[in-house]
Design a protein around this ligand. Sequence first.
Ligand code: RFL
Length: 393
Amino acid sequence: MTERTQVGIVGAGPAGLLLSHMLHLAGVESVVFERGNREHVGTRLRAGGLEHGAVALLERVGLGARMRKLALSVAATDFRFDGCGHRVDFRAITGHPFTIYPQYEIVSDLLEARAAAGGEVRFDTPVRRIDGLESARPVIHYEAGGSVRRLECDFIAGCDGYHGVCRQAIPASVQRVFEENYPFGWLGILAEVAPPSLEVAYACHERGFAMQSFRAPTISRMYLQCPPDDRADNWSDERIWSELALRLDVPDRPPVARGPIVQKSVTAMKSFVVEPLSYGTLFLAGDAAHIVPPTGAKGLNSAMADIALLAPAFAAFYRTGRREGLDGYSAACLRRTWQVQRFAAEMCTLLHRFPGASDYAWRLQREKLAYMTGTATGMRTYAESFVGLPFEP
Ligand code: RFL
């Protein structure tokens, strides 16, 4: 027997779960398929910072309670280069803070809300392929109990991340891909130590980029620029701490605080956008549609911003039968996406040490940073993009 639902969602990351939650609030039925297990999905260590639009969205959809209790508010970014700190108080400039509330907490809140509402999130259920996208009855083929089964839908939401199957179902002839791979990666660590200050610090150093951030008052999250194919086990704890200190410490700021490292991993750096974001009855959102290097802290926020457009478009269709929101989703989403791409790519090129860059390029890079952190126009440009564009057009 073929099962049916209104919106079939592939992927239980923040995009898929938020979509399912918002559809439920609008009275639209959905089923979420996730290849990983619940434990894996609810504990993955990824993004940590929310734009004000994301915070407002979570409040609006009834997911603000734990966030209000646990989240930390950041007012400024401290840029370290040429031996000193340069603080940009983005809250004073824009009126908006940046909110530290880890992705795994948002995913946990969403999973709990979905479970409380009897929502269907099927873990350990990989989707093998989707088809029928040109028809009004697209089908999700998923694996369960050792066999491949079918779910018929009105629509499919591809929220299955960069490596997912949904984007690949769009014919290459109608898909345009824009991408940039950077010649470096990030070694990320999680350490059980209070950060020296509850502000985020970005270092642009001749040894490479470094970042000091946190996930909770006693948990630090730090990053080091490394070769893109580097391995975490090439980095002893001692090497990590001394490299962080070399790149981040400046005389006018508290030094890097050391503590037990509980997690380390290397992530490659990439910019990627596919156009359009929809094809027939398929709609892509989040990392399935676009990737940014994490320098601007935008990946999670962009995924949520997509859903802030897609969920009301589905809701409007089921309420009124009108398709304007769905038909306009790709263009509306891409306008915001490309502004986010601009900011994330600019921050990435501004803050990293590019292998083989000329002395001229390296000198100019720091001059650009001096302009961004030392002039009213430069600081405003940074601050507005960092706290985030509006979620709705
Ligand atoms: P996700 O979170 O990748 O979720 C996609 C989900 O789809 C599932 N899936 C499938 N399920 C069923 N069948 C299939 N065939 C499937 N194929 C895939 C996957 O198991 C997964 O659960 O995408 P989403 O929802 O779009 O959310 C996007 C964000 O997760 C992402 O943008 C950010 O986390 C990016 N990112 C970071 N962003 C920041 O702003 N700051 C950071 O510090 C930061 N760190 C990171 C990151 C992303 C990372 N990954 C993806 C490599 C660190 C890492 C390691």
